[in-house]
Design a protein around this ligand. Structure first.
Ligand code: SF4
Ligand code: SF4
Length: 108
């Protein structure tokens, strides 16, 4: 999971603005990682204060998406960083956008 070093966070909000799934929020002017986090690692790379890090603490079961090298760990009911794949009941599911279904036809 992603953890915040509250002693280093300056509350600049960069991670909140850039998180692709809106998982990062501000509480009392410090960053807090919410339950939608898929551990894409973007915020860890962006934080110039080194206030964010990944650790190996246990967390609820997640599905690891293998559609791209980011390999999001998607919590149940949430989407991956690309916003295309959803964890539904322990497996990831892709629902094509309307325009894609219109152009290509329904999935078989
Ligand atoms: S980018 Fe770093 S310093 Fe800025 S709010 Fe996020 S954790 Fe804090
Ligand atoms: S690791 Fe990715 S999904 Fe999780 S809070 Fe950071 S930017 Fe958002």
């Amino acid at each position: 999971m992603i953890v915040v070093d509250r002693g280093r966070c300056t509350g600049c909000r960069l991670c909140v603005r850039e998180c692709p799934v809106g998982a990062m929020v501000m509480e009392q002017r410090l960053a807090v990682v919410g339950s939608a986090c898929v551990e894409c690692g973007l915020c860890v790379r962006l934080c110039s204060r080194d206030a964010l890090a990944r650790n190996n603490d246990e967390q609820e079961p997640r599905v690891q998406c293998d559609s791209c090298p980011i390999s999001c760990l998607i919590p149940a009911g949430f989407k991956g960083a690309c916003r295309r794949y959803t964890n539904r009941g322990g497996s990831w599911f892709w629902k094509p956008r309307f325009w894609y279904r219109l152009a290509v036809g329904p999935e078989t």
